[in-house]
Design a protein around this ligand. Sequence first.
Ligand SMILES: NC(=O)c1ccc[n+]([C@@H]2O[C@H](COP(=O)([O-])OP(=O)(O)OC[C@H]3O[C@@H](n4cnc5c(N)ncnc54)[C@H](O)[C@@H]3O)[C@@H](O)[C@H]2O)c1
Ligand SMILES: N[C@@H](CC=O)C(=O)O
Length: 488
Amino acid sequence: MQLNDPRLFRQLAYINGQWTAGGRNQDEPVLDPANGEIIGHCALLDAEQIAGAVTAAEDAFISWRALSVEARGTRLTRWYQLLHEHREDLAHLMTLEQGKPLRDARGEVDYGASFIQWFAEEARRAYGMTIPSHIPNAMLGTLKEPVGVSAMFTPWNFPLAMITRKAGAALAAGCPVIVKPANETPFTALALAELAERADIPPGVFNVVTGEPATVSEVLCTDSRVRSISFTGSTRVGKLLMRQSAGSVKRMSLELGGNAPFIVCEDVDVDEAAREAVAAKFQTAGQDCLAANRIFVHRRIYDRFLERFAVHMKALRVGSGMMEVDIGPLIHRRAVEAAQALVEDALDKGARLVAGNQSMAPGANFFIPTLLADITSEMRVFREETFSPVAGVCAFDDDEAVVAAANDTEYGLAAYVYSNDVKRIWKMMRGLEYGMVSVNTLKMTGAPIPFGGIKQSGLGREGGAQGLEEYLDTKYFCLGNMPGPSGS
Ligand SMILES: NC(=O)c1ccc[n+]([C@@H]2O[C@H](COP(=O)([O-])OP(=O)(O)OC[C@H]3O[C@@H](n4cnc5c(N)ncnc54)[C@H](O)[C@@H]3O)[C@@H](O)[C@H]2O)c1
Ligand SMILES: N[C@@H](CC=O)C(=O)O
């Protein structure tokens, strides 16, 4: 691997400021999804080593929380700057292990770094309040205090930004962090640890543990010293972590699956809406919790929309993320097989294949963008998060029915509406049971916004002022028998 700074490529876990090999030196290979070649190995820590990370974080909590908000902010700002200085290396590492096009990986470094900068500043505004007293001669109020050791499980689709969106908030709030990156993408996380060390984030404050997911989650979710669990990934694993954490009643932040509806009304520019829908569907090869999963198009423009969608979709270049492409490989072969199974299920149940020829795939882990028309709610492609470049489209006739169809899912993360009629937009936006609704634009995320879902898409919010709250407890105080305003 050719990095400008080879020290960013770390194959050991990072605990208490020490690069740590697995128990009995155990490790596992990490593969390049574009060609299946081994990029390197990551340590498989045992339960005792992971408990050691909790001890280190708990010890570090005392001095980290005691630092002034400026002192923590200075270190976070330095970390943010280092991410920018090493943008190219971080993007290369990310493309190697995740597969996304280099251009997208560079975008993710910028996106991920922006959370660190945001929270370095936002922590200054962790205000408590005073409360007009109902008790004679008492002063009432609240303080904000860090929750304590925070463990975070992060996914392979955004190996950098999902760490910084959680860790930036926790560190700024005064909480030490233990990150468990996805086993598919540990190297970006370990490079972040190297940069955290260079930014003078003290030992024990930012730890990265790698290992068997079940071993790591068993330790971190059941240890009562860990006060908060944050997870981004599938709803299935989110529920598992909730169950594991219930015994020690932890703070839970969950950013789980989505099944985003993308609603296109008949009053829009059809070609433009089709172009946007293609971008919304195929970002990160469809492996994105915000990806448009069910595309509802008004019947009056349905045929033209399908035609324009197919044109824009076919223009997408598929290949290794190291080349000039729009779509890289899926994360592994299982994901390709899962996509194929979704397509077969839809075709068996009457969907129409408009475009998508899998025989053109440039390798075993690639999936050619596929467009299915006339999907129905009986099909898996409608009910499940496809997490692949498979687009399902269906026609609608009236607004109330489309909102009801869009809400016909256990998920509630993001929804898109395209229309030029402000009253219609407002009505749909209020009716959609989603944590985030984006109108006439794809670009909705960023550090200042409260990212998150309702229903089985999760709990809590990341980013914005709300993102900091996830790592703060409210302490109420009542000072009794105080002198009155006159000093009496
Ligand atoms: N919301 C997101 O950003 C996001 C990201 C990745 C995956 N997903 C979901 O995952 C599905 C496909 O991905 P998959 O097959 O890898 O899903 P998965 O649920 O098997 O795994 C998702 C992630 O969870 C981790 N994981 C698995 N078991 C765990 C455990 N016991 N403790 C802690 N972590 C554990 C894995 O390491 C992996 O990184 C998609 O349908 C999508 O819903 C969502
Ligand atoms: N694309 C999302 C991450 C979920 O997969 C984001 O922008 O945060």
